[in-house]
Design a protein around this ligand. Structure first.
Ligand SMILES: *Cc1c(COP(=O)(O)O)cnc(C)c1O
Length: 413
């Protein structure tokens, strides 16, 4: 082992990664995004060396006079943007945000209603993930595969009959707004807690182009801060006025997070400001792009989910590529051509380990390419690249790299 050689390679590989993913690929991973240059600049700061356990102005160590104010101001920007009464920015990720809410509000023996993974749930909503750390009974929310959404009538009936202590809405495969209002109304009648996991759609909510979960009756909103919301990687928990938020804060610290990677907060505040200013235009174009991409893919012969219902109202488009060998092979083929998307389970896929390795779907998100300036006509070009790779088995890598040369500046910031 030669440490000099290894560190030299690490530096080189990091540069290669940056060049490849930032400037040479068409990035279509629905859960990723790119920060603005200003946010990137703010991300590098001394707060990355510090501890700040506890809440702003009530810390356990010294040295926080500036960063306490930064945290409070970041909270203010987020609270205003999402119409939240309470905000906690300390969760290190969306998963930790969910876990904190489960720790705060669930007791062993409680009932939780949630989607399952083929219908869009994130693994943290299941007993295989964070929810499994509580000993709860999980009821499956009924799903309508044609509409690619929760079956409202059946779900309301389930909630009324079973009175789950918590209902988890929001998803990772998330094409259409969930029936938050109907389910919240049913839950309010007996005091069930409605948690809306906005990880995928937070930027669309910020731009007011997707459902507003608090206005529709959600009690708690959890999220990542780096998917359609193009901030630094991290998590957030927000809540309506009536929620006992101290329980959440105590679940975060001292239970789940000590240092909260404070250096990300200035970049988070910067991103929240960008969403105040440019979020509407960004979110609107992201959704327009998703619709344009879906339409072109369908025209080229792909099975695009929810065709009868307009394909999508979010940043996501999902195609069923079973007939071309499944999600795994095709996601790999796309990667070899500098098109980065992920294989995904879709309704109809069984939750077996075989299917999870090669599910039927590919999930595509338009948010990052929208940030890079792509419009509808560029989506048509992307659909054609995908068609040439998946159906015609052509090599389009050079064409993709040429295409990316026109999109090198982050917009909406
Ligand atoms: C991505 C995602 C999460 C997890 O977020 P991390 O920040 O990756 O931990 C939680 N919920 C949903 C719905 C997600 O899509």
């Amino acid at each position: 082992m030669n440490p000099d050689e290894i560190i030299g390679e690490v530096v080189h590989l990091t540069r290669l990664h940056d060049l490849w993913r930032k400037y040479e690929c068409i990035n279509l991973i629905a859960s990723e995004n790119i920060m603005s240059p200003k946010a990137e600049e703010l991300y590098i700061n001394d707060m990355m060396h510090r501890y700040a356990e506890g809440l702003p102005f009530k810390r356990y160590y010294q040295g926080h006079k500036y960063l306490d104010e930064v945290e409070v101001k970041a909270q203010q920007l987020m609270a205003g943007l999402f119409n939240a009464a309470h905000v906690d920015l300390r969760p290190l990720s969306g998963t930790i945000a969910n876990l904190a809410v489960f720790v705060a509000f669930l007791e062993n023996g409680n009932k939780v209603a949630a989607l399952d993974v083929p219908h869009g749930a994130h693994v943290s909503h299941t007993i295989h993930g964070a929810l499994g750390l509580r000993d709860v009974e999980v009821l499956q929310l009924p799903f309508d595969k044609e509409r690619m959404n929760i079956d409202v009538d059946k779900a309301v009936k389930l909630v009324e009959q079973e009175k789950p202590d918590m209902i988890i809405l929001g998803a990772s495969l998330f094409l259409f707004p969930h029936p938050v209002k109907e389910i919240s109304d049913a839950a309010k009648s007996y005091g069930g807690l409605v948690v809306y996991d906005a990880a995928h759609v937070l930027g669309l909510i910020a731009g007011k182009q997707f459902q507003q979960p608090f206005e529709e009756g959600a009690d708690v909103v959890t999220s990542s801060t780096h998917k359609t919301f193009p901030g630094p990687q991290g998590g957030v928990i927000m809540a309506a006025e009536h929620v006992d938020f101290e329980r959440v804060q105590k679940a975060i610290f001292p239970k789940l997070v000590c240092n909260h990677h404070i250096h990300r907060l200035p970049a988070l505040a910067q991103t929240a400001w960008e969403m105040w200013r440019y979020g509407e235009a960004y979110a609107r174009q992201t959704i327009k792009n998703a619709k344009a991409l879906a339409e072109k893919l369908s025209e080229l012969g792909f099975k695009v989910l929810a065709e009868e219902h307009g394909f999508t109202e979010s940043h996501q488009v999902v195609i069923d590529v079973r007939e071309y060998g499944g999600g795994k092979v095709n996601a790999e083929k796309l990667e070899a051509n500098n098109i980065i998307a992920n294989k995904n389970m879709i309704p109809g896929d069984e939750a077996s380990s075989e299917t999870m390795k090669n599910p039927s779907g590919i999930r595509i998100g338009t948010q990052e390419m929208t940030r890079w300036g792509c419009k509808e006509k560029d989506m048509e070009a992307i659909a054609e690249f995908i068609h040439r790779v998946v159906v015609k088995e052509e090599n389009v890598k050079d064409d993709v790299m040429e295409f990316r040369k026109s999109f090198r500046e982050v917009r909406y910031c």
